[in-house]
Design a protein around this ligand. Structure first.
Ligand code: AMP
Ligand code: MN
Ligand code: MN
Ligand code: MN
Length: 280
């Protein structure tokens, strides 16, 4: 079975609609797909329709932005009830911050001589939430940089002209929102945060103490060595292991859908008990 428990659609910063994403995942050989858009569950209903049609198992997912010790951290929530009010109120708050942040990014870029970026990013987002990725795509189209990656480096990360510090959920809040909606919580791409080893361990310890279930051991955005290292951390902290491509864009994939390497055999997959009947 091919599990891919991290992916994006046009509901956040992906370029495929939920329907197209499900179709491409199915074509790539994915059996179980989680749609995990940033700070929204808006794409899940559409994805579910196509998944049912193609007999692909869709897992309800979301990727929540968190501020922890001054760093932006991402949590993936899986298998929750998308109608849970606490979760939806929390996500709504993050989207309100995103809306303000997008205008602020636009103002800061304008001061730096790049006019109209907000309007363009908003247009690219099609009236849905605005991510830095939308700004990056516009800045490439407008000729300010060669690639999305170089836009981030030159304009959108800490210390650069269009950077606006995050005011996201606390770790505690985001874990509560997912768990109170009946879901499981995964620390997304743990090797991608710029943390000292001491801080990284503190993050994993707090994550686990607050009820986190798994580390994303296999991530499309990890280097191969990172997968190994994260597998060791999952074992050391007695956490389950998840796997996801973090797919955004077929033109620019970290990794193709359906091509994730397997979890190391000594990891316990987060899905190990998903098919067990509930015994009362
Ligand atoms: P946001 O949540 O709006 O701050 O945007 C974060 C998103 O930007 C991530 O989920 C990635 O999709 C994308 N991103 C962050 N850093 C980079 C980078 N260096 N190159 C390309 N995309 C990036
Ligand atoms: Mn993204
Ligand atoms: Mn992420
Ligand atoms: Mn992601």
């Amino acid at each position: 079975m091919q599990y891919d428990l991290h992916s994006h659609s046009t509901a956040s910063d992906g370029t495929l609609t939920p329907t197209e994403l499900v179709q491409q995942a199915k074509a790539g050989g994915v059996d179980v797909l989680a749609l995990t858009d940033h700070d929204t569950t808006e794409g899940l209903a559409e994805a579910a329709v196509e998944a049912a049609r193609l007999e692909l198992e869709l897992v309800n997912g979301v990727e929540i932005s968190v501020t922890w010790a001054g760093h932006t951290i991402h949590l993936v929530g899986l298998r929750f009830d998308p109608n849970a009010p606490l979760l939806q109120q929390g996500l709504q708050r993050l989207r309100e911050f995103r809306a303000w942040r997008a205008e602020e990014i636009g103002r800061r870029l304008a001061k730096h001589g790049i006019a109209d970026a907000y309007v363009a990013a908003r247009r690219l987002s099609n009236g849905r939430l605005i991510s830095r990725t939308h700004f990056a795509r516009h800045l490439v189209e407008a000729g300010h940089a060669e690639s999305v990656h170089s836009v981030f480096k030159r304009f959108l990360v800490r210390g650069k002209p269009g950077y606006v510090p995050g005011q996201w959920a606390s770790l505690d809040e985001a874990i509560c929102w997912i768990r109170s909606a009946g879901g499981q919580v995964v620390l997304a791409h743990p090797a991608r945060y710029d943390l000292t080893q001491t801080k990284q361990h503190r993050l994993i310890r707090e994550f686990k103490d607050l009820g986190g279930a798994a580390l994303e051991v296999i991530s499309g955005s990890h280097h191969r060595d990172d997968n190994q290292l994260t597998a060791q951390q999952a074992k050391a902290f007695n956490l389950l292991a998840s796997a996801g491509s973090d797919f955004h864009d077929p033109k620019n994939p970290w990794i193709e859908l359906g091509k994730l390497p397997p979890l190391p055999s000594d990891c316990i997959p987060i899905w190990h008990d998903w098919n067990e009947a509930v015994m009362n």
